[in-house]
Design a protein around this ligand. Sequence first.
Ligand code: HEM
Length: 201
Amino acid sequence: MSNLRSANYPRMSKLRASTSSVHDQLDKKIMAQSPFESKANYGLFLRYQYYLMNYVTVLYSNPQIAQIIPDLQDRDRCEQLIQDFQDLGMTQPQPLTTLSPLDASLFESLGWLYVIEGSKLGAALLAKETEKLGLHSEFGARFLAGSNRGSNWRQFMQGIEDAPLNESQEHAMLEGAQAAFKFANELVELSYGQSENAHVA
Ligand code: HEM
């Protein structure tokens, strides 16, 4: 972890330090599904990502969060995912009805957003993998693309640092990040546990 980062972004460093092990667990779980081995596997990875992004899309239209995080609505990737399904001739999955709606306070929501916005950092790496399947930012891997990824992430980090949070609100944000990673981990089983051709046209 860069000292510059921990000096300039103390809250982001706390978020990262408190979630790095559950992130690695999630990363390993997803990569164990060999998401880039075939288009069929990639379709299941897209389905997982769609369930995740669809579950949190409510955060991107929250006016209170929009006061803290710049360009909030533009950061939502659901539209790109829907286009990726169309590119691949796959039916857009129906949202999972077994999930109770996301219920998080404003401060917990900032922790959830850290997890979803942070996942765009790894997306750069994953986008490279999709090239082996002939996919790219304008066909089938739009949701992994990231124009201005670096500046968008810095603006996100600055928004979190500048937010007027007291100690218990900051703690709620850290708890939100933990809850989001726990959800993202459990969703792997839920999503991959379904029949493979649940959404293939
Ligand atoms: C599919 C497997 C995944 C891989 C290979 C992966 C890989 C990475 C990489 C390389 C980074 C950048 C680390 C750095 O800048 O030093 C990163 C950051 C991050 N990833 Fe993942 N990731 C994966 C899945 C996910 C998922 C599914 C989520 C959330 C649901 C996630 C959340 C995050 C977060 C929050 C960060 C930012 C950490 C920080 O710098 O504060 N990742 N990931």
